[in-house]
Design a binder for this molecule. Structure first.
Ligand SMILES: *Cc1c(COP(=O)(O)O)cnc(C)c1O
Length: 440
C-alpha cells in the first residue's frame, strides 16, 4: 500500500475485476448505466463497498476521494448521519405502502417554499421520469406537439429527449439512440445553446406548434457550458410571447447553488415547470416536477394527463430527501461549497491550467482535449474528445482520486470535502494539463 492507501499494482484490484467478469454475463457490459463501464477512460469499473463523507473504499480495499458523489446527489457527502438515520427510522416502519404518507407533504413543502411561485409538486422516482411527465403535461396544456431542446443538454432517456442535431443541413436531426422513431425525431427541435438567432428563427417558423422549451439553466452534462443570462431571458420572453411553456431541468443544478433553482439565481426568471432529482433524492430514487397549481392540476386524477407510479412518493426515499434538504437549509453549506470551488479554481490558475478548467460554484470541468480553448456549446467540442482524458484518468485513480469516468462529465464538490483534498485534486488536475501540453 502506498501512503495514500491506494494499492498500486493493478493485479491487487482482483476483486473488482472478478465481479465485473461475473456481471458481464448478467448485464450489458456488466453495468446498470452505460458510463459506469469505464469505456470512456479504459481500465475496469470499480466496485464500491462503502462510502463515508468525501471518500469511498472499493471491494479491494482501495481508498478514493470521490468527485462524482452519486452524480451530484450527495451534496452533503456519503452516508451523511442525519440522512442515514432518517432512512433507517422510516424503513423500520415499513418500506412501501403504495398509499399516502406524511413525508410527501414535508418534502413538497420544502420544495415549493424554495420554488415559489411554483406551488405544486408531483413526485416520481428519477430525473428521467420527471422530464417525461413535464413534457407530456406541457403538450396537454398547450395542445401542441413540438418540443425544443438544446444540443449539449441532457434530460434523461425519454425517447423525445434522445434526439440530436445532424451534422449536415441545419434542420436535419438524428436519433441519439437506436429505437427512437422518425415521428419522435420530427417532434423534437434541437437548437444550439446560446444562439439568439436560431431561437428566433425556430419560433418564427414553428412558434404556433411549440409546446415547450426545455433547458438546463446551467448545462452540466456535456462539460460545463454556462450560458449568458440574457440568452436565458430571451428563451423566457419568446416562450411567453408564443404561448409555449418553459421547463427548467434543474436535476443537477437545483439546490446546488442555494436553496432553490439556478435559473432564478442567474437570470432572475421563473420557468413554468422545474424538474428535480439528484439532490432532492438525498441519494435514493426520488425525482419531482414542480409547477404552478394551475398547470399541475392537469395531472391525473385532477386532470386528464395520466401519470402514476408504484414507488412514487416512497416514504423511505422521501425521508432521505427531506433530511438532505433540511440539512441544506439549516447548515447552509453553500458558502463553504463556494469557497472550496474558489480554492480549486485559484490553484488551477496558479498552476497555469486555467485555460483547461471551468467552474461554477461547486461544479467543475476539466477539458484536456480542448488545447486550451474551452467550448461554449456542444458544436465547439473537439472531435477527439476524451483522447487525453484516458491516460490522465488512470493516473488520478493511482493517486486515490475518483473522477466521473468520462471527459464529458463534470466533477462535484460536496460540503464535506476538505481543503487539503481539494489542493491534492488541483495538483493532480494541473499535472494532467501539463502532461497534455507536453503531448501537444
Ligand atoms: C441526471 C439528469 C437527468 C436524469 O436523471 P435520472 O435520475 O438519471 O433519470 C435529467 N436531467 C438532468 C439535467 C440530469 O442531470
Amino acid at each position: 500500500m502506498s501512503s495514500n492507501g491506494y494499492i498500486e499494482k493493478p493485479e491487487c484490484a482482483q476483486r473488482s475485476l472478478e465481479l465485473h467478469q461475473r456481471a458481464k454475463q448478467l448485464m450489458p457490459d456488466g453495468v446498470s448505466s452505460p458510463v459506469r463501464a469505464f469505456r470512456h477512460v479504459g481500465g475496469r469499473p470499480i466496485y464500491v463497498s462503502r462510502g463515508e463523507g468525501s471518500a469511498f473504499i472499493d471491494e479491494d480495499g482501495r481508498h478514493f476521494v470521490d468527485y462524482c458523489m452519486g452524480w451530484g446527489a450527495l451534496i452533503v457527502g456519503h452516508a451523511y448521519p442525519t440522512v442515514v438515520e432518517a432512512v433507517q427510522k422510516t424503513a423500520r416502519d415499513g418500506l412501501c405502502f403504495g398509499t399516502c404518507h406524511r413525508n410527501e407533504i414535508a418534502l413538497a413543502e420544502l420544495i415549493t417554499e424554495a420554488f415559489t411561485p411554483l406551488d405544486m409538486v408531483r413526485f416520481v422516482c428519477s430525473g428521467t421520469e420527471a422530464v417525461a411527465t413535464a413534457l407530456r403535461l406541457a403538450r396537454a396544456a398547450t395542445g401542441r406537439p413540438l418540443l425544443v431542446k438544446f444540443s449539449g443538454c441532457y434530460h434523461g432517456h425519454a425517447d423525445a429527449m434522445l434526439v440530436k442535431a445532424g451534422s449536415g443541413a441545419a434542420e436535419q436531426q438524428l436519433a441519439e439512440s437506436e429505437g427512437v422513431t422518425a415521428s419522435t425525431i420530427a417532434d423534437t427541435l434541437v437548437l444550439p445553446l446560446g444562439s439568439p438567432q436560431r431561437l428566433e428563427d425556430a419560433f418564427a417558423k414553428h412558434g404556433d406548434h411549440i409546446a415547450a422549451v426545455i433547458v438546463e439553466p446551467l448545462p452540466a452534462n456535456n462539460g460545463l457550458l454556462p450560458q449568458p443570462p440574457a440568452w436565458l431571458r430571451q428563451v423566457r420572453a419568446l416562450t411567453q410571447q408564443h404561448g409555449a411553456l418553459l421547463i427548467f431541468d434543474e436535476v443537477i443544478s437545483g439546490f446546488r447553488f442555494g436553496f432553490g433553482g439556478y435559473g432564478r439565481l442567474v437570470a432572475d426568471i421563473e420557468a413554468d415547470m422545474v424538474t428535480l432529482g439528484k439532490i432532492v433524492s438525498g441519494g435514493l430514487a426520488v425525482g419531482a416536477v414542480v409547477g404552478t397549481s394551475k398547470l399541475m392540476q392537469k395531472l391525473a386524477p385532477s386532470g386528464g394527463v395520466y401519470q402514476a407510479g408504484t414507488q412514487a412518493g416512497n416514504p423511505v426515499g422521501l425521508a432521505a430527501g427531506i433530511a438532505c434538504l433540511k440539512t441544506l437549509k439549516e447548515a447552509w453549506p453553500y458558502e463553504k461549497l463556494h469557497t472550496l470551488g474558489n480554492q480549486l479554481e485559484a490553484a488551477m490558475q496558479k498552476g497555469g491550467a486555467a485555460a483547461y478548467f471551468r467552474r461554477q460554484g461547486s461544479l467543475f470541468w476539466l477539458c484536456l482535449d480542448g488545447q486550451g480553448k474551452l467550448p461554449d456549446n456542444a458544436e465547439q467540442f473537439p472531435s477527439n474528445m476524451g483522447k487525453k482524458f484516458h491516460p490522465a484518468y488512470a493516473t488520478w485513480l493511482s493517486k486515490g482520486i475518483y473522477m466521473p469516468p468520462s471527459s464529458y462529465e463534470v466533477g462535484f464538490l460536496s460540503a464535506v470535502h476538505k481543503s487539503a483534498e481539494v489542493e491534492a485534486l488541483a495538483r493532480a488536475l494541473t499535472e494532467a494539463v501539463h502532461e497534455t501540453q507536453k503531448m501537444g
